[in-house]
Each structure stands twice: as structure tokens, then as C-alpha cells.
Ligand binder design. Structure first.
Ligand code: FAD
Ligand code: SIN
Length: 521
């Protein structure tokens, strides 16, 4: 099958859905998602979305906090732009139908999270992401120009090298003509031709054993753009969230929002002693890189698998009212958070790097944009500040939409694009080849490329990964494609990028901490 569309959107999280809505007034939009429409990382967002809503907060304070977290690698112009456009995007999201909690006087109830010097996090209880996805999908489904294809797996973006053109050193002329898309039911790879494509495929937490991310977070967009010779950057900055619920029985780690610490919860060890003051004067609300490393260190010192978050001193009524999801989740595994401390452990949470974009969300490949977690815009630097991710996604989806709407009519569909060639491939009957390799990559990344790294650990990781890379490429070339095989290949590509970029950074900065280059005191 060959399909033609003006705007091809890969991903149905906040970035993809918001962009789709914005361009739908100008042309035909096709949204592809490998999962059911409602499954994405966005829907798990708890804390909320950061924006300057009222004094004493100000754009300058939000900018200063963001720059401080990013430790010298944020692009200040981009930070200022995103934060200045934040209030406008919030109003727009409210107009689309997203609800945010208000206090008794009717003002927005603003939460506080690590690194923020003011309360500025708009939220809907502790399930902000679900509320965002509810309203966006409803608006999308009502729009006549938008077609949605669920459970369709984008395998590659289409560029000149699919017409047999050799890739030269000069990659500036590379253009995106659409995408090859696997329909897992028929096993066919279909061709979607587009005038403009937006990559909005989210993060890559699945590269690690313990992650807050859902199973979709396999870094597909980043890997596809890297293979197509687009620029990918800052991949060494993998953010570990300090507090995911310690529960070895579950694959994805349930997040215990930082907003709970903003509400007064305190990190403690098993002797019920607070320990964060030893590491940072902001205590339990220190930025994530510092808090995660402190917890990692405490766990190493005690030999225990987790630390604790204590909220027993918080007023029970307001605790339950503000964090009903966390209360219910902990209750379901036998923990009453009003009476017991919550066991928590750091977990891979957010990819700060990704597909390099400019201020309009344009990647280095022509006609290809990127927004949301798969993009590297210059906003987060070495460490994203809490709740700045949904904000960045909304601002860039909007900017990318405006620019694409202005330019899409300059492009035609390419007549040269060949159909996907699956000749000679056979069905791989042995799932174990994929599942075992995935476990091995996750083990390598967690043991050698986690919160604390060293030259030796990174070298060892790269050696081990090389073997998995070769085996997986061989399997990929001869197999009829399946989403699981493609995801494994993408995770291996992403793991490679994280390791290589970590090796190139000869310092400790933000989320990248190396024992060989300790931070200056
Ligand atoms: P996603 O929401 O992840 O959507 C990606 C989409 O791409 C999905 O629809 C997926 O199916 C699709 N896709 C991926 N690969 C393919 C493929 N090959 N083919 C087709 N489709 C594909 N940030 C905040 O700012 N505030 C918070 O409170 C907050 N809380 C969080 C809580 C949790 C538990 C987690 C994990 C993250 C949280 N974050 C938060 C981060 C934030 O939620 C994400 O960065 C953001 O939602 C990412 O949105 P996105 O649109 O880029 O991608
Ligand atoms: C949280 O609620 O702690 C997560 C917020 C974020 O990742 O921005």
C-alpha cells in the first residue's frame, strides 16, 4: 500500500497530538502510533507542566532555575523562548479542554518540584498526563482532516539513500519523503509519503533495567534519524528519577512524583535518618541529578536495594486528596503511605538529548521535524528540570506546526520512492533471540552506563554491546520484520549513542558523572 498525506506525524503523545491538531486546519494529517492511541509516556505524567502563571514568579526566575539545572549546556535563547511562550501554550491547552486543579480561592493550584525556586507546576491531581491525553485525543478525533493509524510501526524514515543514492560525507542535502511502516497483522511494510514529517516518538527508558517509562519508550525515532544520518546529540544525559516505587515484581517502575517532595515528603534511610542535607542544601528537593546520585551512594553505603520517602507527617486528608493515584498504588501492594515509609529507588526516566532541532523544531534532515522527548532543542542542557518536558513539547509542537503549515505547499510527493523490499526474508520463530538480547542490553546499560560511570565501565559496555549489535543486524537482514525485532535494533542503536557520547565527555557535568573526572569541589 502507498498512502499520501501532507503532514505525517509519528507518535501520539503530547508532541504528536498537539502538532496534529495545529496543522490540521491547513492540510491532511496522518498520525501513526505503534501502540493503541491512548498508550504513550505522556499519559503517565504525574507532577504536571511548569509555567509562569502569577507573581511572585517571573519569566526570569523560571529561566534562571532552568539554566542552573542545565549546568552550562542549555541554549539560553531557547530557554527564554520556551518559558516566555509557556503561558500562551497553557491557555491554548485549557481552551482545548485540559483541566488543571484550582485552590479554594479559584486560583490555579501550583505545585513545586526539584530545582524550582517558586511554585509553578500546573497539574491535575497526580494524573496530569492522563488529563492531557484525554482532552487532546478527544479534540483530534473530532477533526475531519486527521486520520489516525494505531498499532502501525514506523521502521525507517524514507530518504534519498532508499533510491540507491550513496551517502556522502556532506549530509546537508538529505531529505525526508515519508516513512516505511510495518503493519504487524499483515506483516507488510507500507509506504507513507508526506510533504512534512514530524518525529514525536518519545524517549528511550527501555534501554535500562529499571525505568519509569512504559514499554513504548524504545528510542525508535532517535535511532531512525541517526541511521538516516541526521544529527543526534547530548545522548549521555540520561535522567534518572530519584524516586520510583521499589517493587521488584513489576516491569515498569511506578513513579512517586517529585511533587510529593514539593508537598513535604522527605528522603530517609532505613534507620529513618534524613540524608539529603549531606549532599545539597536544598535537601530532598535538590535537582534530580544530585538527588539520584545521593540515593545511589546511600544504597551503596548501606548495601540495601532502596531508600525511603517519608510522608507520615503530612496532613492525611490533603495527602490523599492531592496524590490519590500514589495512595491507591501503594495501598495495592500493601503500603499505607499515611503510616509507613515508601520504599523508593532511582529509575531511568528521561532522555535529555536526542534529534537536534532548531527553534522551529526542524531537524538537520530537510522536511523532517522533531518535538517532545525525542528532540534535543537546547532547553534542558545536562539535566532537565522537573515538569519542563511537557512545556517544551507543547511549545515546540506549536512552533513546528506554524513553520510546517507555512512551507508544506512548497513540496511534492517523491515519485522515486521504491516499495519496501522484503525479498529473501524468513519468519524468525525464536523469540528468545530477541528477548534475551534485550535483557543483555538493559543489563549492560544499567551496570556500566547508569548514574555513575567510568572509562573502564564504558569501554566494557561498548565491547559487550558490539556483539549484540552484530547478532541483531544479522537477524534483522534475514527476518520478516516484527515490532519487537525493530525495537531491539533501535535500543541497541540508542545504547551505542549513549555510550559513545558518554565516552567523548571527559568531565562530570549534570547527569553525566564519571569517576575518572570527578566534579570540581
Ligand atoms: P510520548 O508521550 O512518549 O509519545 C510517543 C509516541 O510515539 C507514542 O504514541 C508511541 O506509541 C509512538 N511511537 C514510538 N515509536 C514509534 C514507532 N516506531 N512507530 C510508531 N509510533 C511510535 N514531564 C513533565 O514535564 N511533567 C511531568 O509531570 C512528567 N511526569 C512523568 C512521569 C512519568 C512516569 C514519566 C515516564 C515521564 C514523565 N515526564 C513528565 C516526562 C514526559 O511525560 C515525557 O517526556 C513526555 O510525555 C513525552 O511526550 P512525547 O510526546 O515526546 O512522547
Ligand atoms: C514527577 O512528577 O516527579 C515527574 C515530573 C517530570 O519528570 O517532569
Amino acid at each position: 500500500m502507498v498512502k499520501k498525506t501532507d503532514f505525517l506525524v509519528v507518535g501520539s503523545g503530547i508532541a504528536g497530538l498537539y502538532y496534529a491538531l495545529k496543522v490540521a486546519d491547513y492540510g491532511k494529517v496522518t498520525v501513526l502510533t505503534k501502540a493503541p492511541l491512548l498508550e504513550n509516556t505522556t499519559k503517565y505524567a504525574q507532577g504536571g507542566i511548569a509555567a509562569v502563571v502569577r507573581s511572585p514568579d517571573s519569566i526570569e526566575k523560571h529561566v534562571a532555575d532552568t539554566l542552573q539545572c542545565g549546568k552550562g549546556l542549555c541554549d539560553e535563547k531557547i530557554v527564554r523562548m520556551v518559558i516566555s511562550e509557556g503561558p500562551g501554550r497553557i491557555n491554548d491547552l485549557i481552551d482545548i479542554g485540559i483541566r488543571f486543579d484550582r485552590d479554594v480561592s479559584g486560583n490555579y493550584d501550583l505545585g513545586r518540584e526539584g530545582g524550582h525556586s517558586e511554585n509553578r507546576v500546573l497539574h491535575y491531581k497526580d494524573s496530569t498526563g492522563q488529563e492531557i491525553i484525554r482532552a487532546l485525543t478527544q479534540a483530534l478525533q473530532d477533526h475531519p482532516n486527521i486520520e489516525i493509524f494505531e498499532k502501525q510501526f514506523v521502521v525507517e524514515i524514507i530518504t534519498q539513500h532508499h533510491f540507491g543514492q550513496k551517502v556522502t560525507k556532506d549530509t546537508t542535502g538529505i531529505e525526508c519523503f515519508g516513512a516505511y511502516v510495518l503493519d504487524p497483522v499483515s506483516g507488510q511494510v507500507n509506504t507513507f509519503l508526506s510533504k512534512i514529517t514530524l518525529m514525536a516518538t518519545g524517549g528511550a527508558g527501555m534501554a535500562y533495567q529499571i525505568t519509569t517509562n512504559p514499554a513504548i519508550a524504545t528510542g525508535d525515532g532517535i535511532a531512525m534519524v541517526y541511521r538516516a544520518k541526521g544529527v543526534v546529540e547530548n545522548m549521555e544525559f540520561v535522567q534518572f528519577h530519584p524516586t520510583s516505587l521499589y517493587n521488584p515484581l513489576e516491569a515498569a517502575s511506578f513513579l512517586i512524583t517529585e511533587a510529593l517532595r514539593g508537598f513535604g515528603a522527605v528522603l530517609k534511610n532505613s534507620k529513618e535518618q534524613e540524608f539529603m542535607e549531606k549532599y545539597d542544601k536544598r535537601g530532598s528537593l535538590a535537582p534530580r541529578d544530585i538527588a539520584a546520585r545521593a540515593i545511589d551512594n546511600e544504597m551503596k553505603l548501606s548495601g540495601e536495594d532502596h531508600v525511603y520517602l517519608d510522608c507520615r507527617h503530612i496532613n492525611i486528608v490533603s495527602l490523599k486528596r492531592s496524590f490519590p493515584g500514589i495512595y491507591r498504588k501503594c495501598r495495592s501492594i500493601g503500603i499505607d503511605i499515611t503510616k509507613e515509609m515508601i520504599p523508593v529507588v532511582p529509575a531511568a526516566h528521561y532522555m535529555c538529548g536526542g534529534i537536534k532541532t532548531d527553534e522551529y523544531g526542524r531537524s538537520t534532515i530537510k522536511r523532517l521535524y522533531a518535538a517532545g522527548e525525542c528532540a534535543s532543542t537546547g532547553m534542558h542542557g545536562t539535566n532537565r528540570m522537573a515538569s519542563n518536558s511537557l512545556l517544551e513539547a507543547a511549545v515546540f509542537a506549536n512552533r513546528a506546526a506554524k513553520y510546517s503549515a507555512k512551507t508544506f505547499e512548497n513540496y511534492n510527493y517523491s515519485e522515486e520512492v521504491p516499495l519496501w523490499d522484503a525479498e529473501g526474508t524468513v519468519l524468525n520463530e525464536e523469540m528468545v533471540l530477541i528477548t534475551q538480547s534485550l535483557k543483555e542490553v538493559q543489563g549492560i546499560m544499567s551496570n556500566y552506563v547508569g548514574i555513575v560511570r567510568s572509562n573502564l565501565r564504558l569501554e566494557r559496555a561498548l565491547k559487550r554491546l558490539n556483539l549484540l549489535y552484530q547478532e541483531t543486524e544479522e537477524l534483522y537482514i534475514k527476518s520478516i520484520l516484527t515490532p519487537k525485532l525493530c525495537e531491539l535494533r533501535n535500543i541497541i542503536n540508542v545504547a551505542y549513542l549513549i555510550i559513545k557520547m558518554a565516552m567523548n565527555r571527559k568531565e562530570s557535568r549534570g547527569l553525566h558523572y564519571s569517576l575518572d573526572y570527578p566534579e570540581k569541589k
